[in-house]
Design a protein around this ligand. Structure first.
Ligand SMILES: [Zn+2]
Length: 157
């Protein structure tokens, strides 16, 4: 697997919200690969087409609206059999054991994950989509974050 050992908690939590938003808006599966780095990240979704600039802008706005709502990020431990009825566990390694960790971003998003996250979404700052591309049935979205402290000064409308 290409899952990083410990991704930056802000980037990683932003990925949850971005993926949750893609699911809500476009009803696509969670990304099949993620490359989360502190400065820049990219996520790949199974998709049928590219997104327009307007759609990317809308996506960015939706993600930032969720971040600003300052959702509490918390974990829930479920028995694997119970979790399997509610979540896709395909990407979870067998070594995860009989108890499955579900990460909730408030009531906005929930998915199985063993990574490290921020405690509340305001810690993430602001998400900026750098670019997106579409090739061979995969939509790649590249994004970065600006610090919470500088968000107010550099807010984009
Ligand atoms: Zn996670």
């Amino acid at each position: 697997m290409d899952t990083p050992k410990i991704a930056d908690p802000r980037m990683h939590t932003a990925e949850h919200i971005l993926s949750g938003t893609m699911i809500r808006v476009y009803n696509c599966p969670r990304p099949f690969t993620t490359h989360l780095e502190k400065k820049k990240s990219k996520v790949d979704f199974v998709f049928s087409r590219g997104l327009t600039d307007d759609e990317l802008h809308d996506l960015e706005e939706r993600v930032n609206a969720v971040i600003r709502q300052d959702h509490h990020v918390y974990e829930e431990l479920l028995d694997r059999a119970v979790a399997a009825t509610q979540y896709d566990l395909a990407r979870l390694p067998d070594s995860a054991g009989e108890r499955v960790r579900i990460i909730h971003v408030g009531d906005y998003d929930a998915c199985p994950c063993s990574g490290t996250h921020v405690r509340t979404t305001k810690e993430i700052g602001t998400l900026h989509i750098i670019s997106a591309s579409f090739e061979d049935g995969a939509l790649r979205i590249r994004f970065k974050l600006s610090d919470p402290a500088t968000t107010a000064a550099s807010s984009r409308t």
